[in-house]
Design a protein around this ligand. Sequence first.
Ligand SMILES: NC(=O)c1ccc[n+]([C@@H]2O[C@H](COP(=O)([O-])OP(=O)(O)OC[C@H]3O[C@@H](n4cnc5c(N)ncnc54)[C@H](OP(=O)(O)O)[C@@H]3O)[C@@H](O)[C@H]2O)c1
Length: 295
Amino acid sequence: MDDGMTRREAPTQLRPLIVGAGGLVGRRLSDHFENRHPHTVSATRAELDVTDRWRIESELERLEPNLVINAAAIADVDRCEREPDLAHRVNAEGPAHLAAACRNAGVRLIHLSTDYVFDGQKGDEYDESDAPHPINVYGQSKLLGEMAVLETLVDAVVLRVSFLFGVGRKTFLDRLIGQAHRQSGPIEVVDSWVNKPTSTTEIARLVERIAGEDMTGLWHLANPPALSKAEFARQLLTLIGENPGRVVPVPPHTLELDARRPPATSLSTAQLEARLGEEMKDWLACAREYLGMDA
Ligand SMILES: NC(=O)c1ccc[n+]([C@@H]2O[C@H](COP(=O)([O-])OP(=O)(O)OC[C@H]3O[C@@H](n4cnc5c(N)ncnc54)[C@H](OP(=O)(O)O)[C@@H]3O)[C@@H](O)[C@H]2O)c1
């Protein structure tokens, strides 16, 4: 019947499957999407192992999601160096299996990656067109994962993020604040490793925005400004009313780490900001929120 009115299609209900839902980003994504989209399914490693290709295929068939968000990873950079086979299976082959299964099932995939695909030698912010050149096993395995996703699935989104903080598991931010409260005196922090911190709350919010847009390909997401770990520590101590002078910068070679770190991997978010029409929130504002200081 033509009643002369413009009919609008009912919006497709989002049915996201969140993979790696037990981790830092995964938990935040689960909370965010479960609160807004009743058909969200969250799968921890025990529930869906990304190294099990056949299980992924059968779960996509059974659950019928229309979006898969992959937050599963071996994100411990030093562990990847010690266990390169595991890093490769989870960070490179896992996303490849997910992408193949998503392609077969006609499902969209948003996959998380890292600034550590870069070597940190550019001397400027990295944008999406910069050639990656990882210097550790973690970065190499994550780069292979990104490439597999983008080659397999034309409408996939790969979202690179960096230096996270948020609810779910303790990060550098929580350990620093804990140390500052527990003891008085100096706190040693690496004087280099420049990048932009990223709030997991912002990741969840922006992943939902991206899911609602016709976006594909590679994107950078992080909260400005870029700063070294030591400067991050100073600003955080100031924020919680502690003396920033307690931070004693130390060069990275004084730490006994299994993996090398790229020195400066700030992600330019200009493309994402232009596409979404919003500026990335300052990391300090995100940290205030995370610490409940705005309540
Ligand atoms: N953390 C950072 O600062 C940072 C920086 C840049 C980019 N990223 C990227 O952000 C994403 C999320 O990282 P995150 O910090 O949330 O990591 P995370 O806290 O370590 O969480 C990763 C999750 O993946 C799960 N997992 C491991 N192997 C799996 C498998 N075979 N199958 C399914 N799940 C598996 C882990 O389960 P178990 O705990 O049970 O092992 C864990 O729950 C990753 O892509 C990471 O590369 C993180």
